[in-house]
Design a protein around this ligand. Structure first.
Ligand code: HEC
Length: 215
């Protein structure tokens, strides 16, 4: 049997040209992207978390790495991205030192619900609660020192800049109880700042008693 090469049909020509164009486009885009990344002095992803470790926090950071936490979690560039609650960077802005210690020691009571891995029994992170109390405290101190900056997922304050659209959507979609129960943290911060500025001016000029709301 001899194979005769057939000329391509018009439809096939179009198909191969389009597919080929995609491949060439992807390749060119990839090369340009790599070039831009290499040339740019700005990091591709801005880091929005930071840590200032005390001596105990530093010790906790070592314990965090040597006690298997990094198989499921990530902090300060150590650990996995594959875990289920992997990223602990910035957790110190979300949780207090007391909460963190309580969670490590009594995960289920602290969550108020069954955990996936941390509670006692046949669970991969059940060993955590059994670690010496001193070590757990150091780890909790370490975690409490992982802070989130404005705009990070773990920060209570949203990124800078206003989005009237998103604000309007939130106002529209939020249930009524939320509106009664919670306040926009940005308004709260503005009030706090105003109160601070107010108390500063009132110490500068204590004569004017009508201005301040403070007793
Ligand atoms: C086998 C995987 C695994 C290991 C190992 C592990 N964790 Fe976890 N961790 C989890 C999972 C999953 C959660 C979410 C809670 C749950 O369901 O267990 C969690 C939750 C947490 C939380 C609470 C996060 C939050 O804000 O809700 C902290 C803090 C934490 N882990 C710290 C640690 C520390 C410290 C270690 C090491 C001593 C450790 N974990 C080891 C899987 C793991």
């Amino acid at each position: 049997m001899t194979k005769k090469s057939q000329p391509l049909k018009p439809g096939e020509k179009i198909l191969f040209t389009v597919a080929g164009a995609f491949v060439v486009f992807a390749l060119v885009a990839f090369i340009i992207m790599q070039f831009v990344i290499a040339k740019s002095d700005k990091p591709v992803f801005e880091t929005k978390t930071h840590a200032e470790l005390s001596p105990e926090g530093q010790h906790g950071s070592e314990l965090f790495r040597t006690n298997g936490c990094t198989t499921c979690h990530r902090a300060l560039r150590n650990g996995t991205n594959m875990g289920r609650t992997a990223d602990l960077d910035g957790i110190g802005s979300r949780r207090s030192l007391e909460w963190l210690y309580a969670f490590l020691r009594y995960p289920e009571q602290t969550y108020g619900a069954p955990t996936i891995d941390h509670h006692a029994g046949e669970h991969s992170a059940a060993y955590v609660a059994q670690l010496p109390e001193k070590d757990l405290h150091a780890i909790a101190v370490f975690l409490s020192e992982l802070k989130a900056d404005q705009g990070s997922a773990a920060a209570p304050v949203p990124p800078k800049g206003e989005s009237p659209f998103i604000d309007a959507m939130v106002k529209m979609m939020a249930p009524k109880e939320w509106k009664e129960k919670y306040k926009d943290i940005r308004d709260k911060m503005k009030e706090e700042q105003a109160a601070q500025a107010g108390s500063q001016t009132s110490t500068d000029a204590p004569a004017d008693a009508t201005q301040g709301e403070h007793p």
